[in-house]
Ligand binder design. Structure first.
Ligand SMILES: Nc1ncnc2c1ncn2[C@@H]1O[C@H](COP(=O)(O)OP(=O)(O)OP(=O)(O)O)[C@@H](O)[C@H]1O
Ligand SMILES: [Mg+2]
Length: 294
């Protein structure tokens, strides 16, 4: 809104807001299950959480949490929908800002409108304790530039060689080749049969990271595999609510407990970068260019 705010590189965020992005190298490893589960568990602890589906290609947070938003982030970005109309509250769950899947037609948005949207999103997030962002998988420029703009990134890894190698590639890209600040990256191990298997997997990934990147990543949480997660998705509820006594629900609550611990990244110390929101706004115009003129 004000000129001073527009010209600052790091957005001004609420003192208590914590911005977490959940990413992965390989797709289908459980980012949305983790984002939805953690958001639900943090809400149960009394925090105000906004869960934002930033996977503009294959959005599915709303499907997994049982929300039926009338408007999506695309309506905010490319239409005239005010942000507050697109955010829906889930009973006993977080507020969500959903995305539409596979949208092809988008209206060009002026640079001025984008700036305004960035300000709107940042101001709007200020009333929350947590902004959790579920992102698209992969090491494409979209995913990477978005994750790089976040203060905290949680990389979800499953116990498959492809998932481990793709996670390593993502971590490498996030850590290297940037002049800007590098996000604090932590691991979430998902779909393992035992906690021990999860620890070994993290050790393996850290072995490679230590050798080639000279860094060790801490493990924020380990989520056990259980078919009940699929049942919960089919019931369109977080497993944390659907089967609260199941092992994945317990693991996700533990992860939320870990995230609820005081963290030096909470608050304005390193707020969300305006670039990340700008990137979101740019995605549609890129699609438009690729789609060609008609
Ligand atoms: N802990 C778990 N136990 C059992 N199954 C799981 C678990 N976590 C995820 N799954 C299964 O993995 C599938 C993919 O999960 P999810 O949609 O969360 O992955 P994703 O990383 O968000 O995928 P995408 O990259 O497509 O966005 C789900 O359909 C679910 O059944
Ligand atoms: Mg997903």
């Amino acid at each position: 809104m004000s000129h001073t705010q527009k010209n600052t590189k790091q957005a001004v965020v609420s003192r208590s807001l914590r911005c977490l992005a959940v990413g992965s190298g390989k797709g289908g490893v459980g980012k949305t299950v983790v984002s939805v589960g953690v958001a639900t568990a943090l809400t149960a602890r009394g925090y105000k959480v906004l869960l934002f589906d930033a996977d503009l290609g294959l959005a599915n947070v709303d499907l997994q949490i049982g929300a039926e938003p009338l408007f999506t982030v695309q309506d905010v970005l490319y239409g005239d929908c005010p942000l507050e109309r697109a955010v829906v509250s889930v009973p006993d769950g977080p507020d969500i800002l959903a995305a539409a899947s596979g949208i092809q037609e988008m209206v060009t948005m002026s640079a001025g409108r984008r700036e305004l949207l960035v300000d709107e999103l940042i101001t709007f997030s200020a009333k929350y304790d947590y902004l959790i962002i579920d992102t698209e998988a992969g090491i494409g420029p979209g995913a990477v530039s978005f994750l790089r703009s976040m203060p905290e990134v949680y990389v979800v890894v499953a116990n498959e060689p492809t998932s481990v190698m793709d996670a390593y590639s993502l971590i490498k890209i996030l850590k290297q080749g940037t002049d800007g600040p590098v996000p604090e990256i932590q691991l979430v191990i998902n779909m393992v049969r035992t906690i021990e298997e999860g620890r070994l997997l993290a050790k393996r990934l850290n072995g490679i990271s230590e050798q080639f990147l000279n860094c060790r990543l801490s493990v924020a949480g380990i989520v056990l595999h259980d078919l009940v997660v699929g049942d919960a998705i089919r019931a369109r509820r977080s497993v944390v609510r659907y089967a609260p006594n199941s092992s994945p629900a317990r693991c996700l609550r533990d992860l939320a407990g870990f995230l609820a611990k005081p963290n030096r990244l909470r608050g304005g110390e390193r707020g969300i970068n305006r670039e990340s929101f700008k990137h979101l706004a740019a995605v549609g115009s890129e699609c438009e260019k690729e789609g060609g003129a008609s």
